[in-house]
Design a protein around this ligand. Sequence first.
Ligand code: G6P
Length: 362
Amino acid sequence: QFAQKNGFRFFMEKEIYEQSDVVSDCMLGRIKDSEINFDEINPSILDGINEIKICACGTSYHAGITSSYLFERLSKIKCSVEVASEFRYKEPLLTTDTLFIVISQSGETADTLEALKMAKNAGLRTLVVCNVDNSSMTRVSDATILTRAGIEKGVASTKAFSTQTVVLWMLSLYFGKIRNSISKEKLQSEVSTLREVPKSLKIEDSIHEKAKRLSKRYLHGHGFFFIGRDVFYPLALEGALKLKEISYLHAEGYPAGEMKHGPIALADPELFTIALMPQNMLYDKIKSNVEELSARDSTICAISPLDFDLADDFIKINKSEHYMLEFFEMLVVLQLLSMEISIRLGNDVDMPRNLAKSVTVE
Ligand code: G6P
């Protein structure tokens, strides 16, 4: 109730712009020199653990999928992710060598909370990555890491996602350190990349202007495909979810390499492809996926640091050394694009129809 828009048109816009600062807050004290530390958790959290299982809903689920790539890559721990409402009723096979992580902005989402209780009752060690201290999930969970994003008012989550992703990335490095599965040099270089994240979340006027201009082009058509590979696949899911939530346009996030197995049949000029084309992660692969869509006349909007001749529209992000910095640059573009489309359609950006900030019923 104390939150103000501070001159922004919507809370969502303010929260998109806050990301650079809140991400710095979320790293404060957790990154020292070239080390990562979480005072709130004990390294013994990994004793006897062979596997990580993540459960969440909505945007938090997308942060979970993103982190599953990082846990396997950086901590070398097997990791799987599930939507909490599916997990609850599938009679999951739970073993006590699994660390159960739930991710939630509010700490109150009913499905996630129940999944957490199930895991706890089955004797698993539990950890919640949460934005609200003293919420139901932080009370149930064995351990808590707070994301420190501050109050998030916009129903469409923005800064909660960026802080969750940063926390989980730091955690994957911390686990790698505990497990000795990451080299000192690699850890150092990842930490110095983490320090660059606030910069990559700073929004240049030209990028916002571009999103505003492009939003005009994307009010019609019969749908959007957001495509990406690796961590850019969950980012594509998140981009599509943002657009659905506040513009009510049909959008799907898809792994770029999977388009040929069905969805490419939809391609025509009225199908808009938002292609996430990072320089530092499988560029040639995604490029050929996008070329296939372009050859079938889909309208292509490429988001990339590299020029791409076949793009009908192009949003150029800064060149970065590390794919995760490209990830955060693109995240902001996707958030701004969906917000500008929603504004142009005259929708209530902060309170989209049919949605609630926190879903405490099943
Ligand atoms: C609701 C919100 C989403 C959010 C999801 C999970 O559906 O509208 O923005 O991602 O709940 O919320 P949580 O608080 O658990 O992250």
